[in-house]
Design a protein around this ligand. Structure first.
Ligand SMILES: O=C(O)[C@H](O)COP(=O)(O)O
Length: 204
């Protein structure tokens, strides 16, 4: 028996469009982001996926993405669990700054280190390692037992909180995760065995 885990990154947000560091700030989706979320819902419906459990972060862009997906999937009357453990990495003092302005101020390399190193946090914020330290225990406690039990679980979250999960699920090293980008509108479906190991991965 295998469980099914579907990971979805939220659609384009207003701050993604403006190229601003977002982190725990709370912008909503753009029109394009709404479209992306609806398309993701359509993909899951076409694949015949009907989740048993629904998780998202405490941030509007991920919650809105999940709501739009459920609308497209024709799913109503379900319980959605929202938790800060699934929030985007906290970008600290960078939140609200334009990413190109930050590169002009601190240099391309430093900004890349803040965005994609494993354990160097941006000033006042969380590294990917810090993000994993809250995201993974939550996954292991709340989500993995259901997967081992053969359930289907849908998680709508964020680029870096999902990278932290993907690193653990796919067994990637801290070097391998650096190059991994999580696209919007491309749900990843993982089959998880009853021992918690990864049996199959499909990107829809
Ligand atoms: O918080 C943000 O700014 C984005 O959601 C992720 O940003 P990044 O791709 O620069 O890490």
């Amino acid at each position: 028996m295998t469980g099914t885990l579907i990971l979805v990154r939220h659609g384009q947000s207003e701050w993604n469009l403006k190229n601003l560091f977002t982190g725990w700030r709370n912008p909503d989706l753009t029109e394009k982001g709404i479209e992306e979320a609806r398309d993701t819902g359509k993909k899951l419906k076409a694949a015949g996926i009907v989740p048993d459990l629904y998780y998202t972060s405490a941030l509007r862009r991920a919650q809105h993405t999940l709501d739009l997906m459920l609308e497209e999937m024709g799913i109503v009357d379900v319980t959605i669990v929202r938790h800060t453990a699934l929030n985007e990495r906290d970008y600290g003092d960078l939140a609200g700054l334009n990413k190109d302005d930050a590169r002009a101020k601190w240099g391309e390399e430093q900004v890349h280190i803040w965005r994609r190193s494993y354990d160097v946090p941006p000033p006042g914020g969380e590294s990917l390692k810090d993000t994993a330290a809250r995201t993974l225990p939550y996954y292991e406690r709340e989500i993995l037992p259901a997967l081992k039990d053969g359930k289907t679980v849908l998680v709508a979250a964020h680029g870096n909180s999902l990278r932290a999960l993907v690193m653990a699920i796919e067994g990637l090293t801290s070097d391998e995760i650096l190059a991994r980008e999580i696209a919007t509108g491309e749900p990843t479906v993982y089959k998880i065995g009853s021992d918690g190991s990864l049996a199959e991965k499909v990107v829809l």
